[in-house]
Design a protein around this ligand. Structure first.
Ligand code: PGA
Ligand code: ZN
Length: 438
């Protein structure tokens, strides 16, 4: 019965927003256990896999996940009992077949992903190797460059900023350890600067500050000052943005309330072009809305050689949508969120397709997280090179960074932090202002 699944348990726990989330435990006959908890979302892409909620409004406002818990404990457990936990692909295929819907709406993507991740975790323990090594073998050596979300806006904060995430990325750090130290210093300088200006230092869903500012550019300026006041240059620390444009798109126009601008797709692309020219912005996520393919095409034509253009809502980690984007030359990078698609092996397949097409992949948390650190190991396991997992505050965010600090120490000399090369192949910045590379 070696490495065979004896039992699968599931619980309803809480996520970082205080709403129900799912936790799964898989145990083999030898008593080896793997765990996983599944995150949730605030600004959901239209084509994400289906998250099963109880919809009983009298309990947790309808957000309970007890149906998903039962699906794990009954249907899924019955199907996987006595299967070898080391066969990750076979387990994931079985889960997909068992559900047998396009978007995992029968068993719930939360139930399926919890089992898929817990199986990977259990398998690594059976083999007595770290999870990142189980996923990537001895090839798993790249420490991801973090995108650290230090100002929150949009649907993630109760302020008037349109953009959802303003991130720093320490491309000039020499190691992941160094990257975290620099980012923490800048985060605390920003806090001091906000206090000096009598602005709020409360934090949003992903742990970034949520000051009320007139414009998105004001937020970027505040960050640039914090980088400078911490003793760093914009050669060492650059800026990434998640616009989450689907939230700003109404009747074919983009509404930037702060700037008092209502822009069509061409004007919106020009607006981003100016941002990239004026500031050290090297990545823009969801610059255009998920339904605005024409807008994406205009934006990609304009900026694909200057900046990462990351599809989150656009691709929802879905290999079919990604292939369509690649065929149409849309975007040049993809955000990877395992719960958008629902199994570990489908997530790996999407990453493989992205890499083959020369698209960068960024492993990402969700706005409603748990203390689970699967994505930290996953980022190293697939040599993604980039991770986005929140700010330098809130334990559900720092848990992932803390796990990566330990992985870097375990890897010792074989671990590699690629800096700007994680963003651009053979990166060479020709000048600090224009951000061109190559
Ligand atoms: P979400 O936010 O988890 O609410 O989707 C994260 C993101 O948009 O990248
Ligand atoms: Zn996003």
């Amino acid at each position: 019965m070696e490495n065979k699944i004896k039992d699968i348990k599931a619980w309803q726990i809480l996520d970082s927003k205080g709403n129900p989330a799912l936790r799964v435990e898989i145990e083999t006959y030898e008593g080896i256990k793997g765990f996983a908890s599944v995150p949730s979302v605030t600004s959901k892409g239209r084509f994400e896999a289906f998250e099963l909620r109880d919809n009983d409004k009298s309990v947790y406002g309808g957000l309970g996940v007890l149906k998903a818990v039962n699906n794990v404990k009954e249907t899924i457990k019955n199907a996987l009992k006595d299967k070898c936990v080391l066969n990750g692909y076979e387990i994931d295929n079985l889960l997909v077949e068992l559900d047998n819907t396009e978007n995992k709406s029968k068993l719930g993507a939360n139930a399926i992903l919890g089992v898929s991740m817990a199986a990977a975790c259990c398998a690594s323990k059976c083999l007595n190797i770290p999870l990142y090594e189980y996923i990537g073998g001895i090839n798993a050596v790249i420490l991801p460059v973090p995108m650290i979300n230090i100002i929150n806006g949009g649907a993630h904060a109760n302020n008037n900023l349109d953009f959802q995430e303003f991130m720093i990325t320490p491309v000039g750090a020499e190691s992941f350890y160094d990257a975290i130290r620099m980012s923490s210093e800048i985060f605390h300088t920003l806090e001091k600067n906000l206090k000096k200006e009598n602005m709020s230092t409360s934090v949003g869903l992903e742990g970034g500050f949520t000051p009320d500012l007139k414009t998105n550019k004001d937020a970027i300026e505040l960050i640039l000052n914090a980088i400078n006041d911490s003793g760093y240059t914009t050669d060492e620390v650059k800026i990434c943005l998640d616009i989450a444009s689907s939230e700003l798109y109404k009747d074919g126009k983009y509404n930037f309330r702060g700037e008092n601008l209502i822009l069509d797709k061409k004007e919106a692309a020009e607006y981003f072009e100016h941002l990239v020219e004026d500031y050290p912005v090297i990545s823009i996520e969801d610059g255009m809305a998920q339904d605005d393919y024409d807008g994406w095409r205009i934006l990609t034509d304009k900026l694909k050689d200057k900046c990462l253009l990351v599809g989150d809502d656009l691709f929802v980690t879905n290999s079919k949508l990604l292939k369509e984007g690649i065929e149409n030359n849309i975007a040049n990078a993809i955000l990877i969120k395992p719960n958008q698609i629902g199994t570990v092996s489908e997530t790996i397949e999407t990453v493989r397709i992205a890499k083959n097409a020369g698209y960068k992949n960024i492993i990402s948390h969700r706005s409603a997280e748990t203390e689970d650190t699967f994505i930290a190991d996953f980022a190293v396991g697939i040599n993604s090179g980039l991770i986005k997992t929140g700010s330098m505050s809130r334990s559900e965010r720092t848990a992932k960074y803390n796990r990566l600090l330990i992985i870097e120490d375990e890897l010792k000399k074989s671990g590699k932090y690629m800096g700007l090369n994680s963003y651009f192949k053979n990166a060479k910045i020709c000048c600090n202002k224009c951000n061109r590379y190559g």
